[in-house]
Ligand binder design. Structure first.
Ligand code: CLR
Length: 427
């Protein structure tokens, strides 16, 4: 366990002291699971999937050994791994440079997909997950707000930014590939350190796809065009996640350009979403950007590229090929138990059993939870009730006109009450 360093500093977001959100995390981050190695049976994917062509993931019943001990709530929380990029963005006084770090953030969200061809657990309706990092100054929260179709509403905030959106995926197994479409829009408000107007960005994630299923060498690819828009300045970043070709050298590539409000190029990007991203100032023209000979280029020097982002190391030997970052999510410290909601994913016995390598228990617990969920839905239907999320409300974004889930902020208030001894705070 390493400290997540609650340095004793107060964390203030938009004038509000949010330090209590970090209570319960004092014992630090775990660096390993109970298990040293996942000894899951290695079964070929194709053998089991071939009868499921045309189905989406929610309608596929797969043995639990195809799962990893995460859920779509955790997989969305993984967006926070490179949240530092958002602080770097806010610290730039030039809006093009802010866009650059935001673009790197949007691409960095895919680094964690390497080596993770496994099914995350389906979150239960109303399930929540909170993750607060005093050392990084942010808090993240997500609630499963819909089951059919599955939707998670996420909201993360820090002194310099607010990031929110809808984790909503549609998937289809087509035989040749398993395709995952990210339907939700992602929103980011950035408060430049130098002052001035807030930036307001939106974008959609590119497509994820599992290929190589039939050949027995399944890998995750992420590809497509992403348009990141800064609604405050009119700038746009076009990111092209290249589809993986036959040669391994074509994998993970990305290129992009940042255009000013008049559509003129200002900066170009290149690199790979699994390792490094570079950029170069290209005032008025476009250029292909690749790894510079020396890393000494600077953001203001059009003659050379410079490095914008580098992926964290992926140490070998972590069960399920998890990243060191996501490994910290399911850590249920005794201290933390006194603070988090009973709906928190850390309390899910099936995911717990999975990460402990107790696969039969994981399967039976998963079954039990899903049966109970079906029973609750039936009851709601009989009573003519509709499920209402506890912490989010559906609204329309005034700027973009896009429907989205608005965080009410109440979660952290109730958490503070609960942690301070109000046993009914979560009722
Ligand atoms: C990609 C990064 C996004 C969030 C996100 C959501 C859904 C995830 C996807 C990521 C990666 C690939 C994924 C997918 C759901 C299912 C799919 C994990 C993390 C897996 C690979 C499908 C495997 C299915 C077989 C086992 C049948 O920000």
């Amino acid at each position: 366990v390493v400290p997540s360093a609650n340095s004793g500093q107060d964390v203030v977001i938009s004038g509000v002291d949010v330090s209590s959100a970090f209570r319960g995390y004092e014992n630090g981050l775990r660096t390993r699971l109970k298990l040293d190695e996942d000894n899951r049976p290695r079964v070929g994917l194709w053998g089991i999937l071939k009868s499921m062509i045309g189905k989406d993931m929610t309608k596929m019943t797969l043995p639990v050994s195809f799962n990893e001990p995460t859920s779509l709530l955790y997989r969305t929380g993984e967006d926070m791994e490179y949240a530092d990029l958002l602080n770097m963005a806010a610290d730039r006084s030039d809006s093009t440079e802010r866009m650059l770090y935001v673009a790197a953030f949007a691409a960095s969200e895919f680094a964690s997909t390497i080596g993770r061809v496994a099914k995350p657990f389906n979150p239960l309706l109303g399930e929540t997950f909170e993750y607060a990092r005093a050392d990084k100054g942010y808090r993240f929260f997500i609630e499963q707000v819909s089951h059919h179709p599955p939707v998670g509403a996420a909201y993360a905030e820090s002194a310099k930014w607010t990031y929110w959106g809808e984790a909503k995926v549609d998937s289809k197994f087509l035989g040749m590939s398993f395709d995952i479409y990210h339907l939700g829009t992602w929103f980011l408000r950035l408060r430049p350190t130098a002052g001035g107007k807030e930036d307001f960005f939106t974008w959609k994630k590119p497509k994820s796809q599992v290929v190589g299923i039939m050949s027995g060498n399944p890998v995750v690819d992420n590809y497509g065009l992403v348009e990141i828009k800064n609604w405050t300045t009119g700038e746009v970043c076009l990111l092209d996640f290249k589809k993986r070709g036959w040669k391994a050298s074509t994998a993970y590539q990305l290129s992009g350009k940042i255009l000013d409000a008049d559509g003129r190029p200002r900066m170009c990007l290149g690199g790979r979403w699994n390792s490094k991203i570079y950029a170069r100032l290209t005032p008025g023209y476009e250029a292909h950007v690749e790894e510079p000979q020396d890393a000494r280029g600077s953001i203001s020097d059009p003659s050379r590229a410079f490095i914008v982002w580098e992926a964290n190391a992926r140490p070998q030997g972590i069960p399920f090929n998890l990243t060191p970052f996501v490994l910290t999510f399911n850590h249920l410290d005794d201290n933390l138990k006194q603070w988090i909601a009973p709906t928190d994913s850390r309390f899910r016995p099936d995911q717990r059993a999975m990460e402990d390598g107790e696969y039969d228990l994981a399967a039976s617990e998963k079954n039990r939870l899903e049966e109970a969920q079906r029973a609750r839905r039936k009851l709601r239907q009989q009573n003519g009730d509709e499920f209402a999320p506890a912490w989010f409300e559906k609204t329309k974004c005034e700027i973009t006109g896009v429907e989205h889930w608005k965080f009410t902020g109440k979660y952290w208030e109730q958490r503070e009450k609960f942690g301070s001894g109000d046993a009914h705070a979560w009722d």
